[in-house]
Design a protein around this ligand. Structure first.
Ligand SMILES: Nc1ncnc2c1ncn2[C@@H]1O[C@H](COP(=O)(O)OP(=O)(O)O)[C@@H](O)[C@H]1O
Ligand SMILES: [Mg+2]
Length: 232
């Protein structure tokens, strides 16, 4: 469904990705793992058209991906950045309504009702402003906004970062439900247990290149790979 072939990109003169190749399949969850600074977020930003592709290609649904972030989103990819990027001056309701354009044509039927059923906490916070939310509520809102686009592919950058264990578990369980409904996902995570329990497929990035590819079960069993590439 999403293929990167020898992707090179970076920030201005600073090259960060030196030929990233991966293939995320429809109906499956891929985890992108790797140490801090390895190039995981840069990979996601390049997919989303937020950084220019220096060379290589990105193919989504059999076609070269669009050039502009809006067109990439419109083609069915929802991206939840590490920074969550909710609108602090808008209420939860307004944040959700802005996202509810539903142009993705994805696998799951992700209506406002369904999203509030997944995250009832947001329903209780509808009239609160973005700044009045806890970190966990902000992450739920960021994910809910992505889902309301009814994407074919949901991309999450470190969804559990800074969250309490109980919220991490809640988010894990909701993503598991969405996976069971057939939603394709790419998840970047530092939390190895979280990532490998959700993912089918795993790639590891180091210094801007893919250094390990396999299944979640394989990396769970491969202590050497964990030690070498992740410092687990
Ligand atoms: N805005 C930026 N400008 C220049 N370099 C950056 C920028 N953001 C990240 N980098 C560099 O790119 C490399 C990869 O970063 P990143 O993709 O964010 O890593 P991570 O795997 O932790 O998500 C790091 O060396 C980082 O310093
Ligand atoms: Mg990152």
């Amino acid at each position: 469904m999403l293929e990167l072939n020898a992707v090179q990109s970076g920030y201005g003169e600073t090259q960060v990705l030196y030929g990233v190749s991966l293939a995320a399949q429809k109906g499956r969850v891929m985890a992108i793992l790797g140490r801090n600074g390895a190039g995981k977020s840069t990979t996601l930003k390049t997919i989303m058209g937020l950084l220019p592709l220096k060379s290589g290609e990105i193919v989504f649904d059999g076609k070269p991906i669009a050039a502009q972030p809006f067109d990439i989103a419109k083609s069915g990819i929802a991206y939840v950045p590490e920074t969550r990027d909710i609108f602090p001056s808008l209420s939860v309701r307004e944040n959700l309504e802005l996202a509810a354009k539903r142009f993705g044509g994805g696998a799951a039927d992700l209506t406002m009702e369904r999203v509030l059923d997944l995250f009832p906490r947001l329903g209780e916070r509808m009239d609160n402003g973005g700044t009045q939310l806890s970190g966990g509520e902000q992450q739920m809102l960021a994910i809910a906004r992505g889902l309301l686009m009814n994407p074919k592919l949901l991309i999450l950058d470190e969804p559990t970062e800074g969250l309490a264990p109980i919220i991490v578990k809640l988010i894990h369980d909701k993503l598991q439900d969405l996976k069971a409904e057939g939603l394709s996902m790419i998840i970047v995570e530092q939390n190895f247990g979280f990532a490998t329990s959700l993912a089918d497929d795993v790639v590891v990035v180091d210094k801007g290149q893919i250094v390990w590819t396999g299944s979640a079960d394989e990396i769970k069993a491969d202590e050497e790979a964990q030690h070498t590439w992740l410092g687990v």
